[in-house]
Design a protein around this ligand. Sequence first.
Ligand code: PRP
Length: 180
Amino acid sequence: MMHRDIEQILYTEEELRRRVRDLGAQINADYAGRKPLLASVLRGSFIFMADLTRAIDLDVTVDFMVVSSYGAGTVSSGQVEIKKDLSDSIEGRDLIIVEDILDSGNTLYYLMEVLRARKPASIRICTLMDKPERRTKPITADYVGFTIPDAFIVGYGLDYDEKYRNLPYVGVLKPSVYGK
Ligand code: PRP
């Protein structure tokens, strides 16, 4: 059943499952013999992170950080704040940053700078969704689940005003919901 605030389902549960499995397989192949550290940028990535981690069969470790840039708006303010940092050191580690969506690139541009300074052995970005049209910072992801058009999407961890994260699919929000 589609939520009443959703205009259209972009990716069903099954499509998400399949794509996340593919990403996991790619990471298994690329990091064979290594022990990558998956660092999830909360909150949006929590569901993707949980599914991706289970699609990887290497000796992975996980860590989490909370970053905020949007507030209640639909457009990034450009202000990025680390509200909770990673718990462990990343020095010498093969770091994979796990994001739900790469939009303007502000968040990751800033984060990459901060994390690079901590001297990991390598850093790659894995994002479930990529909106390249909206990019204002020179950031590209190494692993992309879906390249999507510039629509306001929610579900599978993604919110609008903290709602809809629990939808099992990714859907386009009705413009009437965010006041257009
Ligand atoms: C979203 C998303 C990314 C960021 C991407 O987070 O999780 O971190 O925006 O946008 P950008 O490329 O324009 O910086 P948000 O601030 O909405 O917080 P959330 O993860 O708690 O939903």
